[in-house]
Write a protein that binds this ligand. Structure first.
Ligand code: DGL
Length: 264
């Protein structure tokens, strides 16, 4: 069984790809909807929340975990691995770096992420370790997560288009040919982002990490399951169910359970 967590809806962009690549695996998804956003919080708080999310998934007996959150991956991955040395834990940073390094032609790579992820410099460090000649241009995009969590996800939502144009201006001006969507919420508004930066290849870091997870599962811990997905959230499920059903293209209403994450 695979565990996936995020602060809210964002990790669904990874879950979608995990289901495509590993259709017979059972999945437990946790979205910390009661405490979203993570990306504007301190590193200490992000580590504390991520540990609780991991504790919850571990209590369910997962074989591997995908940290489907750029903010948690860039701040808490080492702590999670230290506490759970026997559970393979995959983050989104390395996979995103690899995918971007492969995609770029002009070596100008834009990085969009939460203020915390951009502040950590994790993607920039990873890219420069691959190739010191890469030029990176970063943009913190604090408005994207609230827009997604509140359902402004249609390509026709003018407010989302304006936010994208404003947040991504430095990356557009630098003529980046590749844009790392360094927060897993962002692929949910990828059609809008593509409108304002049409020539760039968009990197979905959750999907890239799902490929890595497949390699881990293929390495022997995978057993034949039924492909069941259970969703857990830390606030009332309604808003999550509605937007998740749109994004996943299927009704998930009877599969979402509310838990008290502070107990973990
Ligand atoms: N989806 C998350 C990320 O990838 C977190 C967004 C947030 O809670 O601020 O960074």
């Amino acid at each position: 069984m695979i565990g996936i967590f995020d602060s809210g809806l964002g990790g669904l962009s990874a879950l979608k790809e995990v289901r495509r690549l590993l259709p017979s695996e059972d999945i437990i998804y946790f979205g910390d909807t009661g405490r979203v956003p993570y990306g504007t919080r301190s590193r200490d708080t992000i580590i504390k929340y991520s540990l609780q999310d991991m504790n919850f998934l571990a209590s369910k007996g997962v074989d591997a975990v995908l940290v489907a959150c750029g903010t948690a991956s860039s701040n808490a991955l080492a702590t999670l691995r230290e506490k759970y040395p026997n559970i393979p834990i995959i983050g989104v940073i390395d996979a995103g770096v690899r995918a971007a390094a492969k995609a770029t032609k002009n070596k100008i790579i834009g990085i969009a992420g939460t203020p915390s992820t951009i502040g950590s410099g994790a993607f920039e460090k990873g890219l420069h370790a691959v190739n010191p000649d890469f030029k990176t241009v970063s943009a913190a995009c604090p408005l994207f997560v609230p827009l997604v969590e509140n359902g402004f996800v249609s390509a026709d939502d003018e407010i989302t288009r304006l936010a994208a144009k404003t947040h991504l201006a430095p990356i557009i001006e630098a003529h980046a040919d590749t844009l790392i969507l360094g927060c897993t919420h962002y692929p949910i508004i990828a059609p809008t982002i593509a409108k304002v930066i049409p020539d760039a290849t968009l990197i979905n870091v959750g999907a890239a990490a799902a490929e890595e997870l497949r390699a881990v599962m293929d390495n022997g811990i995978s057993t034949l399951r039924l492909g069941r997905v259970q969703y857990f959230v830390s606030d009332e499920p309604q808003g999550f169910e509605r937007i998740a059903s749109i994004f996943l293209g299927e009704e998930i209403t009877d599969k979402v359970t509310r838990i008290d994450i502070e107990r973990y």
